[in-house]
Design a protein around this ligand. Structure first.
Ligand SMILES: Cc1cc2nc3c(=O)[nH]c(=O)nc-3n(C[C@H](O)[C@H](O)[C@H](O)COP(=O)(O)O)c2cc1C
Length: 142
């Protein structure tokens, strides 16, 4: 797969936060997410490619900021990150997140199946971008 669409680089402030317990639906669906407790970063709701710093290591991930309209209507604003190459328990740990590129807006899907299909595409797209660009924080276009 190639990135046919132009990569939308962003240069927003990094933010940090503690990983807290979410509803754990993502885990059941095969994409565990780290829910991050942070005062809202200066980003509009949506899905982003991010770099995460955790325990002196860097990881690549995809992040959703928003209200998860597909799941429910309790309108709680959340920041959730799925790390692309990580398995393990992150609860209670502090991470730093650097937003790198915008992927899409948050949507209300008609089923969990459709949401999952879209997240798989987000993942594939992000992998291609991470692979094709030697991404480093300094390369971000401002
Ligand atoms: C990359 C990514 C994209 C997402 N996109 C959407 C979306 O477009 N619409 C939506 O309702 N939820 C979206 N979500 C949130 C999922 O609904 C959520 O991760 C899932 O319900 C699991 O949450 P939990 O771990 O708190 O249980 C996204 C999550 C991730 C990680």
């Amino acid at each position: 797969m190639e990135t046919k669409k132009k990569v939308q680089w962003i240069s927003k402030q990094e933010f940090g936060g503690e990983v807290i317990h979410g509803m754990k639906i993502g885990r059941k669906l095969g994409f565990p997410t780290a829910n991050v407790a942070s005062s809202s970063p200066s980003l509009q709701n949506g899905v982003y490619g991010v770099q995460v710093h955790l325990n002196s290591k860097k990881y690549e991930g995809i992040m959703n900021i928003g209200f998860k309209p597909t799941i429910g209507s309790d309108l709680k604003h959340t920041i959730e990150i799925h790390l692309l190459n990580f398995e393990g328990d992150l609860y209670g740990q502090h991470l730093k997140c650097i937003p790198l590129f915008y992927i899409r807006s948050e949507q209300k899907f008609s089923s969990l199946h459709s949401l999952l299909k879209q997240i798989k595409e987000d993942k594939e797209y992000a992998r291609v971008v991470f692979r094709s660009e030697n991404i480093d924080q300094n390369k971000r276009i401002s």
